[in-house]
Ligand binder design. Structure first.
Ligand code: FPP
Length: 261
């Protein structure tokens, strides 16, 4: 279960609700421990407004900030967000460079939020493939926030689930070759412990925005029993209220994990 939220701060943050949402309808004792988000639709949001795609990414940063604060207020233990996939290198060079600059800039700008709210940053993905200075900034930010325990923000950067599983497989094989791991002892926990997400609970709720019905190589192992919520909103339009709608939807599901009730 997630940590108990500070009710006063929570009510203040969620004041002025739209007609279809009410904080009171939420079961605060049954919140997902880990919410995972595929932030999709920045480009389409911008194009629909006659703007450059970069404006969509900039607006996407605002949605992520709001979602981080909303999750902290609710007492969510872990929030993961897909920021850049191993496939995103195929985008035009100028957009890739823009996103790398945006990650650096956003990290510098949002550090006070992490310190204020005691959010621990964890980068999931292949950091070796990132520009050196960005990698160094992420490492510094992870070190600085390592002791925070209010919420973990697992930001997926240069992340691909198949790449993650391949890395895990290589690491396991080298341990077996070095005789530090007995192949007979390998089980699901061994594999989970070699993933970028080692130590984090599996997501209980996955939100994907922009109405798309794909996993796009995200957390293939970890999402085995996760409930999905597909939001029609483009990521820059996602806000604290849509997060509540996703959680209501999650709380209305009958989760059986392959068994019967
Ligand atoms: C999807 O929009 C979003 C991304 C590729 C990731 C970038 C995410 C952000 C900038 C949000 C903030 C994150 C951080 C860490 C600063 P898209 O370009 O795929 O949209 P489209 O499908 O409409 O083209």
């Amino acid at each position: 279960m997630s940590a108990s939220p500070d009710l006063e701060k929570l009510r203040t943050f969620y004041a002025d609700a739209p007609d279809d949402v009410s904080l009171d309808a939420l079961d605060l004792g049954r919140l997902p421990r880990h919410i995972s988000i595929i932030m999709d639709g920045n480009g389409r949001w911008a194009t629909a407004r006659g703007l450059d795609r970069s404006k969509g990414h900039a607006a996407g940063v605002d949605s992520l900030r709001e979602t981080i604060t909303a999750s902290v207020r609710l007492g969510i233990e872990c929030l993961s967000a897909y920021a850049f996939s191993t496939e995103n290198w195929k985008r035009p060079r100028h957009e890739v460079e823009l996103l790398m600059r945006l990650f650096s800039k956003t990290l510098a700008k949002e550090m006070p939020l992490f310190h204020q709210e005691h959010v621990r940053l964890k980068i999931i993905g292949d950091m070796d493939g990132l520009p050196k200075s960005l990698r160094a900034s992420f490492e510094r930010a992870m070190e600085e926030t390592a002791s925070y325990d209010v919420m973990t923000l697992a930001l997926a950067v240069n992340y691909g689930a198949r790449d993650e599983l391949t890395h895990a497989m290589r690491a396991i094989v080298s341990e077996v070759q070095a005789a530090s791991l007995d192949p007979e002892s390998i089980d699901e926990d061994t594999l989970a412990a070699h993933l970028y997400t080692a130590g984090l609970p599996d997501p209980e709720l996955l939100v994907r925005t922009s109405g798309e019905l794909r996993l796009s190589n995200f957390l293939l192992w970890q999402l085995a029993y996760t409930e999905f919520y597909i939001s029609p909103l483009m990521w820059p339009d996602f806000d604290r209220w849509e997060l509540l709608r996703a959680i209501y939807s999650f709380q209305s599901r009958d989760r059986r994990f392959g068994g019967v009730k």
